[in-house]
Ligand binder design. Structure first.
Ligand SMILES: Nc1ncnc2c1ncn2[C@@H]1O[C@H](COP(=O)(O)OP(=O)(O)O)[C@@H](O)[C@H]1O
Ligand SMILES: [Mg+2]
Length: 343
């Protein structure tokens, strides 16, 4: 199966000589039609550069960016313009035209595409309806809340009926509630308009909220990629782990609050509906250890339940070691924060 978006060995270096910055150091990734693909990374990781290479706001230094079978690096200007119309983009800072009202911000890309006035009128009305802003048509950006501004951004991005929506930290300047409403709008529109979404963020919560797959970026590279539920419940790379930690306020949280572990702290992660009691019961009964549940977190990602459990395992050293072996052989993801084997 061919992918809608396929990026191969992509590099981007800004500047030349000693002052140059290698923003992308060899990126390989694909995005399938209908997916919401997330890219997470800290500031400076190269996320914006990556997404800007997708619509050629940046020209790659080397590598290939193929969208719908067309290699964007080989297109001439008019082909590029057409390819770009197939991609809408929204930004953290909304990038609205402050001297134009809502209606005419949304009309702008249609005017640029040379659409006739009656078509523009019909389309803008449709778009404003879609993002729930029909009553704000005459307002100027300065009169809107952050969430409303991003809704205008979304309407504008979708004006020319693109098949791909690119989101660069689109919810990063919004409060949690507004973030949730914008994310659910994006998810809704994705279904209704059969969009493919590439979304970049520094917040794991955004990823778990709506993404299907995720790539974790660090220093111009992808360090881990996979289904969100897998990366979230069993992160492999330290950077992925640190993003997960932010969501599951856990070990650090307890230690910061002055909690002194009696034994060894472990985190058990599992996918699917697992009943926690039997596991803890076995630890206590069979291995004669004390298993203190410090935190239990159950949630779901795209309808799949998952859970994490932070345990303090205390008792006789040999018993604790056997209990750890038991956990390691169980069908759970285990993270041992102070593994006696590692000393
Ligand atoms: N136009 C540019 N000129 C020079 N350096 C740039 C430019 N754009 C980005 N960079 C550098 O590239 C690196 C990645 O930046 P960026 O893609 O914006 O990361 P992110 O979006 O993950 O914060 C950073 O070191 C940044 O300073
Ligand atoms: Mg950025």
């Amino acid at each position: 199966m061919t992918h809608l978006i396929e990026i191969t060995a992509l590099t981007k270096t800004f500047g030349t000589g000693s002052g140059s910055v290698e923003a992308l150091k060899g990126i390989d990734l694909y995005v399938d039609e209908g997916e919401i693909f997330g890219v997470i990374g800290l500031s400076g990781a190269g996320k914006s550069t990556l997404i800007r290479c997708l619509n050629r706001l940046e020209t790659p230094t080397s590598g290939r960016v193929v969208v719908a079978g067309r290699d964007l690096t080989t297109l001439n200007d008019s082909e590029l313009l057409e390819a770009r119309r197939g991609m809408g983009m929204i930004f953290q800072s909304f990038n609205l035209l402050s001297l134009r009202n809502v209606w005419s911000n949304v009309a702008f890309p249609l005017e640029m595409a040379g659409r006739p006035a009656p078509i523009i009128h019909q389309r803008v009305a449709e778009l404003l309806e879609m993002v729930g802003l029909s009553d704000k048509a005459k307002n100027y950006p300065a009169q809107l809340s952050g969430g409303q501004k991003q809704r205008v951004g979304i309407a504008r991005a979708l004006a020319n009926s693109p098949s791909i929506l690119l989101c660069d930290e689109a919810t990063s300047s919004l409060d949690p509630q507004t973030t949730a409403s914008i994310l659910s709008l994006i998810e809704d529109l994705k279904e209704r308009l059969r969009l493919t979404v590439v979304l970049i963020t520094h917040e794991m919560k955004v990823i778990t909220e709506i993404c299907d797959r995720v790539a974790v970026m660090e220093d111009g590279r992808i360090v881990e990629t996979g289904q969100v539920i897998e990366v979230f419940t069993a992160p492999k790379h330290p950077t992925s782990k640190s993003f997960v930690e932010v969501v599951l306020s856990n070990r650090e949280h307890f230690l910061e609050k002055g909690y002194r572990p009696k034994g060894i702290l472990v985190r058990v992660g599992y996918i699917g509906a697992m009943v926690v009691e039997p596991l803890v019961y076995t630890l206590v009964k069979k291995f004669d250890v004390e298993a203190n549940i410090l935190q239990a977190h159950v949630d779901h990602i795209k309808g799949t339940p998952y859970g994490t459990l932070l345990l303090d395992l205390a008792g006789d050293t040999a018993c604790v070691a056997l209990a750890l072996d038991y956990l390691k052989s169980s069908n759970v993801n285990l993270e041992v924060f102070d593994d006696p084997d590692s000393h």
